[in-house]
Design a protein around this ligand. Sequence first.
Ligand code: UGA
Length: 442
Amino acid sequence: MRLTVIGTGYLGATHAACMAELGHEVLGVDVDPEKIAALRAGRVPFYEPGLGELLVKHTESGRLRFTTSYEEAAAFGQVHFSCVGTPQRKGSDAADLTYVDTVIESLAPHLRGPALVVGKSTVPVGTADRLAARLAELAPAASAVELAWNPEFLREGFAVQDTLSPDRLVLGIRSAAAEARLREVYAPVIAAGTPVVTSDFPTAELVKTAANAFLATKISFINAMAELCETAGADVSVLAEAIGHDARIGNRFLRAGVGFGGGCLPKDIRAFAARAEELGTGRSLAFLREVDAINMRRRDRVVELARQLCGGSVHGHRVTVLGAAFKPDSDDIRDSPALNVAARLQLDGADVTVYDPKAMDSARKSYPLLGYALSAEEAVTRADVVLHLTEWREFAELDPHRLASLASHARIVDGRGTLDASRWAAAGWHVRVLGRPPAGVR
Ligand code: UGA
């Protein structure tokens, strides 16, 4: 089939390359000429394992092309996927739908023949109904153009795998023809056994926000337990393991630490709660405010531990932050707990040095006042306290003996609970792990 993918960020670039991999002819569309130039040259403008290879493979095979022209896109595509972002609106918790609206306003006037427009972005419930009406108003082909809603559940770092072998496909449709079209697009994925759930528009929209709300709640639940463990002298990692053996609870997404960040979970739970309030059912999602508050308190706790370890104030102390990305295997720093903590400590007068294996460029651009080192060893040299805030594998493999000889004071806060605390303590480090009793010699 001939598909277009509008918006070539994480979601769109991945979707475009994966649709080409499924055998379709794909045209990627973006208003940013620089992004389009990079993609045409086979360069992914962000770090996503496996995506670069797919992009090169299909730009070379000719199955994947890019353009900045909506007119060209409308003339080419039988199915148009809208993959633009829905960031948090400035001065509000609600989602900013400008980009989603712009896609319809820009594409629809060029649709002169039959086409299916498919929304993939995370949107407030009710958006698809509104966009369908607008599409019908603006498209010259009128009733030959239809909307469908097909939310995306990909995780950064696993984006290719999650697109080619998703846990499920959700098809929000209004006609059998739209369902048949989407089943044709995803035929190889469905043939591989992926479950398909069909629904109306509002359910499809809600599935996505509900899934992210559940995941955020799971993380905040275990982080609330971490707070209790810290007070009661208990160990949250053992607690998580023990409750996780109950298959109804499960042990995935139950890692306590400095909390969730990124371009999705934090803004999605806020937009979800804001939408419920707009609909007059604010009480149903009031708990998400608490989920958000627990999450933000974990960042406060790391700041507090850094202060304690520096004897009451970080002013004038050298603080090393290991990690800048919001999670490992990504260079995404949007709402990154690591950089949020780093910036707060810097404002408190600390001399902060950050190191991350992949996110240095974006961190430098957004936080130019922080110090940056080219390696973990360089970052730890002369540190008064080290904060481990993104659990890159590289950090778990560091040699604590060697680092103890480089630091001014061997004191570390493990904000992700993935370092071997007893090994670090044995190497002379005073170790504090979120949600666990203190360990170490000093
Ligand atoms: C999230 C969802 O997991 C995807 O299913 C969804 O499609 C995506 O948002 C989206 O809406 O587009 P992502 O933001 O890539 O994906 O990252 P996650 O793997 O969910 O991690 C989110 C945050 O939670 C990270 O900061 C991570 O460090 C943190 N986390 C995760 C924990 O603190 N504990 C855990 O046990 C798991």
